[in-house]
Design a protein around this ligand. Structure first.
Ligand SMILES: [Mn+2]
Length: 326
């Protein structure tokens, strides 16, 4: 086994977990495979330690995670009032708002924040935040070693899904030799690479490609070829019966264009409200771009929420990109 980062403040995390009687692990809203994989891996590990632990999120897990062991144990929706926990562990959530939960719920509970977003607001009583990690799942991989829990096949599968997706299939600059050594451990422990690949990348609904057509129709290259833009309006989601998660990955088509440094994907969440994603190529830092628009993220992947008409939103983003690409 490999420790990715031994210089982390693991001690308070381990102490809080050891002392906790009932632990609630929570993923962020619109969950992705990193937050769900982290949640599941930690769940299996804490159960193996004999801890009383449960998983409850605001939103349902995405279909690409349905193959992961334990995913059916996750409940979702508003937090039931009869839930009692003395420790809440948030995974992969950059801010308290990302949990989508009433802040009153956290009163009288210890809140632990485990995340790899550079923009993390350190909202926890204990914050284990480090942007060197390629995925929050990779932080859980280190944590399990400090907790002395053997890596079982269920945890390994969950961490593998987290790392695979958050590194865009091991293609991001965050992937170094240690990440591959970790991945080798995950496979040795029983992570099924073929099943992951089929479940995550080869199980799309046919209607997704109707949505992709609409997105590609909107493709526009600006700034002398240095930025590429895609957008999807609500009417397309309504026509195809799909939702935001079904357009996951579309932005990579924009980034894959030669010479493009910043890719922008704008999708309508509800009337006049837009979820904006950014993907970058070196030397750009789209985390800074998203930060200027009230969002956050990493150097090569970031996002924000904006309001107004599509053309207003595009102009506001354009103003920031003009400065960034200068
Ligand atoms: Mn993540």
């Amino acid at each position: 086994m490999t420790i990715l980062h031994a210089d982390m403040q693991w001690q308070p995390v381990m102490a809080a977990v050891q002392q906790a009687k009932q632990i609630h692990i929570v993923a962020h809203v619109c969950p992705d495979a990193d937050t769900i994989g982290s949640q599941l891996a930690l769940y299996h590990a804490l159960k193996a330690m004999g801890k009383c632990v449960f998983m409850h999120n605001q939103d349902i897990a995405p279909y690409i995670c349905r193959y992961l062991p334990g995913v059916d144990d996750i409940t979702h929706g508003d937090v039931p009032t009869d839930i009692a926990a003395d420790l809440v562990i948030a995974v992969d959530a950059g801010s308290l708002g990302r949990l989508g939960m009433d802040s009153a719920y956290f009163e009288g509970k210890m809140l632990m924040n485990i995340d790899h977003h550079a923009s993390n607001t350190r909202y926890g009583d204990i914050n284990l935040v480090d942007a060197r990690y390629c995925a929050t799942g990779a932080m859980i991989y280190d944590l399990l070693q400090y907790l002395n829990v053997p890596l079982d096949a269920s945890s390994a599968a969950a961490i593998y899904a987290a790392v695979l997706t958050d590194t865009a299939s091991f293609r991001l600059a965050s992937v170094n030799a240690d990440v591959h050594r970790m991945t080798a451990d995950l496979i040795d422990a029983g992570a099924d690479v073929g099943l992951a690949s089929q479940s995550i990348y080869q199980s799309h609904k046919p209607a997704r490609f109707e949505l992709l057509k609409d997105a590609l129709d909107s493709l526009e290259v600006r700034h002398e070829g240095r930025s590429a833009w895609l957008s999807i309006e609500r009417v397309s989601y309504e026509r195809t019966g799909l939702c935001g998660e079904d357009s996951e990955g579309f932005i990579d088509y924009a980034r894959s264009i030669e010479g493009v440094e910043i890719a922008v994907f704008i999708r309508e969440e509800k009337a006049q409200q837009w979820k904006v994603s950014f993907r970058g190529k070196a030397p750009c830092d789209v985390g800074i771009v998203a930060g200027k628009l009230g969002g956050g993220g990493h150097q090569y992947a970031a996002g924000c929420t904006m309001h107004g008409t599509l053309s207003e939103v595009r102009e506001n983003i354009n103003d920031i990109l003009v400065d960034t690409l200068d």
